[in-house]
Ligand binder design. Structure first.
Ligand code: GH3
Ligand code: MG
Ligand code: MG
Ligand code: MG
Length: 325
């Protein structure tokens, strides 16, 4: 069955509601040097928003980066600093890039307003600001910001659901298949090694039958943890199927790959697995098939996996708990 958008949470993607974050007052930062201007601007906000002040542009940007604001007001004039620079800093810093900015302009600031909007400022108000208009514009920006925050979180979660195996936290087969072709092409064009291990836990069905499915899940999680411990950052470890895992190792020769497989096999056999249901520790062994991309010929990702799978089959046929390359 094909994977649908619903399976990976994509159908919820646009349900972000820009909600009220548990009734917490939205956080507003006002970067304004002049105390009286600050006071009159924020007076109408106080009831509905939690207001902080940046007493000068540099302190204001610093506070913006440190904090978690829902909207930032930038005054159009500072003693020794360009308001447009404040705006462009807020737009370019990672921590504030997605926080709405409202410019607080004076009546004759038309040109400045135009340039600020071009820099990505979201809105502006002109002093003296009508309180109702000010609050309406602020609410709009906060709502929009929270909606987009929710959207970004949903997208990140959907991507994670699409490529990460929920039980073990390793990449899933879909991710492997998407990337293996690229890794193979890269290894080939750079004339580098690429090795692949397929591991399959021996008689895993017996683990389930003897200790229960939950204990089986514990073994899979622990097995995945040990796999992760045995690979480098550049290696790709994934859950290929039920109790089958694949490790792709760039820049790794056949000899080194076989050594890594053997080291893993020994460690799995040596250290019994603890399971949560108190069935104390149970012995686990694993069979491993190794294949290394041939330097000549035009073997593709699928063929490489097939060779590793055939090696694994040989390991099983030869009695299990062994590495075949
Ligand atoms: P062999 O040595 O030939 O690999 O024997 P085996 O029993 O490991 O092989 P088989 O492929 O017949 O059984 C794999 C078992 O893995 C069957 C299935 O119930 C179990 N399994 C697959 N996915 C999961 C899972 O997510 N959790 C648990 N607990 N068991 C799983
Ligand atoms: Mg299997
Ligand atoms: Mg099997
Ligand atoms: Mg098995």
């Amino acid at each position: 069955r094909a994977v649908t958008a619903r399976d990976i949470g994509l159908d919820k993607l646009f349900d972000a509601d820009g909600g009220d974050e548990g009734g917490k007052k939205p956080e507003v930062l006002v970067i304004e040097e002049r105390q009286s201007s600050f006071d009159s601007l924020v007076r109408p906000m106080r009831r509905e928003f939690s207001v902080s002040r940046g007493e000068d542009p540099q302190a204001g940007v610093f506070t913006a980066v440190e904090g978690d604001f829902d909207c930032i007001f930038v005054a159009s004039r500072y003693e020794n600093f360009d308001a447009l620079r404040v705006c462009s800093q807020l737009r370019s810093l990672d921590r504030t890039r997605f926080v709405p900015v409202i410019l607080v302009a004076d009546a004759d600031d038309d040109e400045l307003v135009g340039r600020a909007l071009e820099l990505g400022v979201n809105d502006y108000i002109v002093r003296p600001a009508d309180p109702n208009e000010l609050i309406a514009r602020l609410r709009t920006q906060v709502r929009r910001k929270r909606y987009h925050d929710g959207l970004r979180a949903n997208i990140a979660q959907s991507i994670e659901l699409a490529v990460i195996d929920g039980l073990t936290g390793l990449y899933n087969r879909r991710y492997l298949e998407t990337h293996l072709e690229t890794l193979v092409a890269r290894a080939r064009s750079r004339e580098r090694n690429l090795s692949l291990l397929i591991t399959d836990i021996d008689r895993f069905k017996t683990v389930n039958d003897t200790y229960g499915h939950d204990a089986g899940d514990d073994v899979l999680r622990e097995f995945a943890r040990r796999l992760r411990d045995n690979v480098r950052g550049m290696d790709l470890a994934c859950r290929y199927g039920g109790e089958e895992f694949v490790i792709v190792m760039p820049d790794t020769s056949a000899e080194v790959a076989a050594d890594i497989g053997e080291r893993l096999r020994e460690q799995i056999e040596r250290d019994a697995f603890l399971v949560a249901n108190g069935a104390d520790s149970l012995p686990v062994t694993v069979s491993v098939g190794v294949a290394t991309l041939s330097r000549d010929g035009d073997e593709d990702a699928r063929a490489l996996v097939k060779r590793a799978d055939e090696a694994l089959y040989e390991a099983k046929a030869a009695g299990r708990n062994r590495v075949v390359s």
